[in-house]
Design a protein. Sequence first.
Length: 251
Amino acid sequence: MGAGHHHQLYLPGASVVHRLPPQCKLLAVFAFAIVVVATPRERFWAFAVYAALLGAVAVVAKVPVTYVLRRMVIEVPFVLFAFLIPIVGMGERTSVLGVSLSVPGLWAGWNILVKATLGVIASILLAATTEPRVILVGAQRLRLPSLLVQIAMFMLRYMDVIMDEMRRMRVARESRGFEARNFRHIPVIARSAGALFIRSYERGERVHLAMLSRGYSGQMPIIQDFSASAGQWALALALPATALAVWGLSW
């Protein structure tokens, strides 16, 4: 698989975390997320330790706090849902700042909010220290279904191509005086979407024929070596191992 351009979530660097093989980081983040989800919601101190562990990783990887905070906007729907649960929840009620809230709803909202936040931060750190194409190579190394990995690879590679095609079609419409203002223009947008689908399908067929002519046999070649040593595995798994120790103490 050839090298591609840097994704906007990737933060180039030369830290220890950046140099870790992708399969090590993928497994570490996955294991850390499982430990966080399995932690009882009443163990506030355990979640504080998890946050401190992620903060340590961010410091080692030289990922700025502002960089992480800007990309946590994706969590807004979870935050809104977590704040809504205590209001509409049933059961015992309590008053907070003059607002009647459900006690079980407060626990449920806290559970969703803290675990989702830790998971999002871990994912952001993974994306900031690993290029997307390299993450997919790591998934391939971990023996994830080859077909799914290849689909994700092609989606990543040709997403910008499709977006450029959409921009060209929009410019062509606007150069002819078209501007979507109300529901009457939906048929035009729908026809444009259909034309984009046909063009993308035809491009996919041409790419597939080109790959077959170059010896493609169902497996994408990996040019760069991403083999991991025992030391790298130990370093990557230190995060979930420490979190697992904290989880054990929380019980």
